[in-house]
Design a protein around this ligand. Sequence first.
Ligand code: KIV
Length: 276
Amino acid sequence: MDYIGSANVDPRKVTTFRLQEMKKLGQKIVCLTAYDALIARILDESGIDVILVGDSLGNVVQGLETTIPVTLEDIIYHTKAVVRGAKRPLIIADMPFMSYQVSADEAFTNAGRIMKETGCGGVKLEGASEIILQAIKRMTESGIPVMGHVGLTPQSIHKFGSYRARGKDPQEAESIFRDAVNLEKAGVFAIVLEKIPAELAKRITKTVQVPTIGIGAGPHCDGQILVYTDMLGLTIDFSPRFVRRYSQLYQIILSACKKYSEDVRNLNFPNESESY
Ligand code: KIV
C-alpha cells in the first residue's frame, strides 16, 4: 500500500504494544473515528494508526442528539464494516451506554461479544468509577485490551448537563488526574483525554506510562483523535475550537449534488457515452 504523504509510517499492523513503543519513542499516535468500510479504507491508506468506531456514530450516522441510545448491536454492525475496510490500523470499538456500567460480569460478556463478532483489536469505555475499574481488570486479565476515556465523557451528558470543558477548577482537575492514574492501574493500554486543559493533559501524559490520546486536550498528549466528519467539514453545525477543518466536504458534496440535479433536469445526464 502506498502511504501518500506518510513517509514515516511503519507498514506493520498497529498493536497496543506498538502504541506503548510509540509513546516511549516520542512518535505521535494518529487516530480518527470511522463507521464504515469505505472511510476505513481511506483512513488506512492515509496512514492513520488507530481507528475508533466511536459511539459518536449515534450523532454522526444516526442523527441522534446524544450517544445514549446507541446499542451494542449498532457498535457490532459498524465495527464489522470498519474491520473489513482497514488492515493496518488498530481498530477499537466503543462500548455503548449501559453495556458496561451494570456489573463487571456483564461488561466482560459484552466486551467479549464485540471482540468475537467483529474482529476488532480492543474496546473503549468511559469513566473510572469502582465498578468500571473492576470491569477493566476483568477484561484485561482475560486478554481484552481496553482503552479508557476521562475528562468530558459524553455518555454522562445528563449528569453534567452540558458539553463544557472539564477539569478547569482544581478539584475537578485532581479528580480527572486520579481517574487517569487508576485507569492505568486497572490495566488500560491507552487513555482518551477529552476537552480538558492542556496543562492537565500534560501532567497526566507525563505521569502515566500508557499513551494518552487527546481530543480538545492540547498538544502534549501522546496522540490525537478527531471525529472524521468534523475534521473533513461534513458536520457544519458543530464547531468547537479543538476541531480543525481539513476539508469542506459538506460544501463539496452539496455543489456536486446540485450540479447532478441540474444535469438530470436539463437532460445533460446521461449522455451517449454514458449509455448502452
Ligand atoms: O465516540 C467517539 O467518537 C469518541 C471520541 C470523540 C474520542 O469517544
